[in-house]
Design a protein around this ligand. Structure first.
Ligand code: NAP
Length: 248
């Protein structure tokens, strides 16, 4: 059966690297993005250049109707969905917790937790043998923050990522007998736009000495781990939380 994988937040950064890496492994890719249309189309072109089909769909992953429509479009254009990389995520501005606005806290939880749950729900309904599907794999992109707590930077974000890992463990157990594997990847500091968006483009370099390997990571270094977890080589791996952080 053809592998058709939805990559949320596939327009830029880690998600874009994952989309291309999965294409190299033979997956057709449905890219879901919120705003960056040109970047999404650029990544879609890179996926096609790697040899597989791709469609880029705009959807806010925190809104169920939009998630449902995106999954429908991917299935119509590429075939039945067999995989999900739950990667879309936001941090809000860097800062101490008490100075973080309720609106930012709410948005981070909406996108990182509710959005990941809604995407997983749609994927399960498409892939579970209990729902007439043929099985599949889900990788949730968490963060080292889930265990480090990210004090002084974004405790609300760290908490949202701990929720993502709890979801991984629970869904792995709930879906193991329905043909679906569920795993998390916890990136450390990776060189993407996310640091500039949170207000400090130099953060990965400023904080590099905290990383045992002494450097930030590249999106491709996360993508390789995701591709392995999505592959048949990981056929006995479910409920795992894989840290990809240079030792952080
Ligand atoms: P990024 O460069 O800022 O890209 C974020 C991606 O998520 C973009 O494609 C963006 O779409 C999409 N997105 C955000 N909100 C969305 C929404 N509501 N609906 C749909 N798409 C949405 O981030 P990144 O660094 O690649 O991060 C990817 C994931 O890795 C996130 O979950 C992040 O928390 C996690 N992570 C990153 C690092 C790091 O150091 N970079 C470390 C640990 C964990 P648009 O292009 O349309 O804006």
């Amino acid at each position: 059966m053809d592998q058709v994988t939805v990559v949320t937040g596939g327009s830029r950064g880690i998600g874009a690297a994952v989309a291309v890496r999965l294409a190299e492994a033979g997956h057709a890719v449905g890219i879901v993005y919120e705003q960056a249309h040109d970047a999404a189309e650029e990544t879609a072109a890179a996926v096609r250049a790697a040899g597989t089909a791709c469609v880029a769909v705009r959807a806010d992953t925190s809104v169920d109707e939009q998630v449902g429509a995106a999954f429908d479009t991917v299935a119509e254009r590429l075939g039945p969905v067999t995989g999900l990389v739950n990667n879309a995520g936001v941090t809000g501005p860097l800062g101490r917790f008490a100075d973080t606005s309720p609106e930012v806290i709410r948005r981070v939880v909406d996108v990182n937790v509710t959005g990941a749950l809604l995407c997983a729900r749609r994927a399960v309904r498409a892939m579970s043998t209990r729902h007439g599907g043929h099985g599949g794999a889900i990788v949730n992109i968490s963060s080292c923050g889930a265990t480090l707590g990210s004090p002084g930077e974004y405790v609300h974000y760290a908490a949202s990522k701990a929720a993502v890992d709890a979801m991984t463990v629970g869904l792995a157990k709930e879906l193991a007998a329905e043909g679906i594997r569920v795993n998390s990847v916890q990136p450390g500091m990776i060189l993407t736009d996310i640091h500039a968006t949170m207000g400090d483009a130099q953060r990965p370099w400023r904080k590099k000495d905290a990383v045992p390997m002494g450097r930030p990571g590249e999106p491709s270094e996360v993508a390789g781990a995701v591709a392995w977890l999505m592959s048949p080589e990981a056929s006995y791996t479910t409920g795992a939380v894989l840290r990809v952080s240079g030792g952080l």
